[in-house]
Design a protein around this ligand. Sequence first.
Ligand code: 5GP
Length: 190
Amino acid sequence: VELLKEKIRQEGRVIGEDILKVDSFLNHQIDPVLMLEVGREFARRFDGTGITKVLTVEASGIAVALMTGLSLRVPVVFAKKKQPSTMDGDTYCGRVRSFTKEEVVEIVVAGSYLGADDRVLIIDDFLASGEAARGLIKIVRQAGATLVGIGTVIEKVFQSGGDALREQGIRVEALVQIGSLSGGQIEFLN
Ligand code: 5GP
């Protein structure tokens, strides 16, 4: 966590009042060593919860989810952002309003990769308004699977998505919490 904060302090750039750009290690170029540490930390926090699958949404969540799945020794499923022609049979869908791209996208998971026996950990890079998480939760529910919790690398607490999910009784683990980005200053909470 300290490593991550240091990286954010050194390489993070604030765009406007509410977007943090961390393209040098998370969202464009990826630091695999750091991602492995992130995956290990999620695995440690959710140890003993019987997770059978890690679920994320393409593209930025995949690296984090993969390392988490590696650490937990379970498969990783990423929701696709539009239904490809190769995906047939039953599918689970959710709708997500993209925070950074300002558009609504349909996210889809094939029925064969998530089922009623699964205990699912949702992983993403950022948690802001909670739109992406809600779309993924909808998919978990459609599959009849059990949601164990949500893990996010960075939670922007001022956008309230995390607290809304916690109020519903969902376990949300954030490695780094940011209280404010106003004036271009990154203010950490934890
Ligand atoms: P939410 O759906 O919770 O509003 O936003 C989460 C999604 O939006 C994440 O999957 C992430 O890709 C993107 N996102 C939200 N805020 C930021 C941000 O400050 N920086 C970056 N790079 N992505 C963000």
